[in-house]
Design a protein. Sequence first.
Length: 608
Amino acid sequence: MCGIVGCTAQGGEVVAGLVESLKRLEYRGYDSSGIAAQTVQGIGIVRRVGKIRELEAQLQQEPLIASTAIGHTRWATHGRPTEANAHPHRCGKLVVVHNGIIENYLELRQELGASGAVFQSETDTEVVAHLVASLWQGDLAAAVRAAVGRLEGSFALALMHEDTPEVIVAARRDSPLVLGVGEGAHWLASDVAALLPWTRRVIYLEDGDVAELHPTALSVTDMAGKKQHRPVVEISWSAEMAEKGGYAHFMLKEIHEQPTTVANALLGRIAEKSGTITLDGFNIDDDTLRSLRRVSIVACGTSWHAGQVGRFLIEQDAGLPVEVDYASEAIYREPMLGKDDLLIAISQSGETADTRAALRRGREAGAHTLVISNVAGSSMARDAQSVLLTYAGPEIGVASTKAFMGQLTVLSLLALKLGAVRGKLTNGELRRRLHELKLLPHAIEAALHSSDAAKDIAAELAAARDALFIGRGVNYPIALEGALKLKEISYIHAEGYPAGEMKHGPIALIDASMPVIAIATHAATYAVIAGNVEEAKARGARIIALVSQGDDRVAKSAWRTIVLPAVPENLSPLVNIVPLQLLAYWTAVARNADVDQPRNLAKTVTVQ
Ligand code: M6R
C-alpha cells in the first residue's frame, strides 16, 4: 500500500533523508514515488514511475534543496501507475500525499470541477488538494480540519502550503500514521521503520487526529480543533534490525531469524519450573476465561493460516470450540458473537483493513477481544481489549515468515494458558509442554540446515507450472502456507490441500509434471498421509517429502526428501514451515523474481 513520509527541520537539507525513509517503505509495495519540497523558489515536485532509484536519479538532475518536505510511494488503486497519477498532487501553492481511498471522490470532483477546479490526474487524492485549497484562509491545519469532515473513506494525509513553508499538516482515519520526535526536527511516516534512522521517539496518531508539525513544535487536535494528548513512545527496534545484515534478501534474513523469534516470544512469559504462563498485555481474567463458550479467529493471508493452527491447538489443549474466518468474509456476515466469546484478530501489521473492521464488529457485538500483532502501537493493538505481541522485530519482506513464527508461538502459549486455566491440562502436563516449547528454537535452528537441500530441489521446482502441497491435521494449514509462500514470490501456481481430500478431486491433476510437496513428519496421521503419498506416487507424481529423522516409509516413495528433527506433533508446524519457506525462497531466486517485493502485492493492506 502507499507509504507517506515527511520532515520539517531547523535548517539543513532533508530531501536525501526522506528518500532514505521512502526506501524503508518499499516493502509495503509501490509502483511510483515522489517528493515535494519547500525550496527558495517555492514548492518543487519530482515524481517518477518505477523504483525509488528512478526518483533518486531524477533528483540528481533536478535537486530539491529544502528543510521541509513530504514524500510518497504509490500503490495504484484509482488511476494507472503514471507520473501524472504519482503523488504529491498540487493545487496552486498546496501539495498533498495520501495513503488510503477517498470513497466519495467522484462526487467531490464534480462539485470542485463545477467551481473551476482543473484536475491533472485520475486519482482520488487530487480532490483533497483542491478541497483543502478551496478552504484555505491562511491556516493550513484549519483548512485540513474543515476538509476532512467532507471526506469519506480512509486516509493518512500530509500537506504543505507555500505560504507556511515550515509547516506540515497530517491527518488520519483508518490508515496508519506515526510521528517522529527529534531535536529541532519532526517527521511523519506510515510506518515506524521509515523513522528509525532518525529517531526512536514516536507518537502514534489516532483516527480523527490532525497534527501540525513545525521544526520545534508539534500539536495534535481532533477534527473539531480540540487539543489531544498523544504520548511519546520509545521504540526498541533499531535501524539495523530493519536492514539486511549480510543476507541477499530481507526474506532470507527473516527466515534465519526465526529461532530468535520463538525465543523472544517466550521471553519472560513462561516459568517452566512452576508451570506458569504470564502473558503481558493479556487483560482477560481467569473467571472470564473459564466461562468462555467459544473462540472466533479473524485474519487474512498468512495470519489466517496461523489462525488455523491456533484452532487445532486451542481445541486440543483447552477443549474450546474455535472457528476461523477470513476477515474479509466475516465482515459481511452476522457477527454471532457475544459476551461469552473471545474474538482473536491476528495481524502482523495490526493495520489490515478487513481484520480491523472484523475486530470492531466483534467488539461492538460484546465479545472479549484480543489482538495478536507484531506492531505495538498499531491501530488494532489500540482497538482491542488485550494485545499479545509477537516480538518478531520489523518484518520487511512482503512474504511473511518470522511474523508467522511469532504468531504460532504466541498461539501455542495462549492454548496452554487456556488449557491450564480451564483445568484441561494438569500442572505436570503444562510443565512438560513448556519444556518442549523452550527447546523449540534448537529444532528450528536444525530445520534451517535444510537450506541447501531446498536450494537443490528449487533448481528443478523452478521449472514447474503448478505444485500441490498436502498435509493433515495441524499441518494442513502449513500446506496452505507453503503453497502461499511459493505462489506469492515465485509466481508458480500452487495449492494446499488436506491430504485426505486428494482422492475427492485433485488427484486427477497428478502426472509426472506435477510436484507434490507432502508434509509427512512424525504425527498421529503419519500412516494415512504415507498412504496418500504412495497413491500420488503411483500416478507418477514427483514427491518432495518433509519427513522426521528416522523415517523409513515415506522417504522410499519420495523423489526428494527433507529430513527434519522430530518434535511433538503440536509443535511440528513451527519446524515444518521452515523448509517450505526456504523452498519458496530458492525457487523465486532461481526464477529471478523480486523476492522481497513481489509484483502486485503490498505488505500492509490498508484498504478493503
Ligand atoms: O499484516 P497482516 O498479518 O494482517 O497481513 C495479512 C496478509 O496480508 C499477509 O499475511 C499476506 O498474506 C502476506 N503476503 C503473506 O506472506
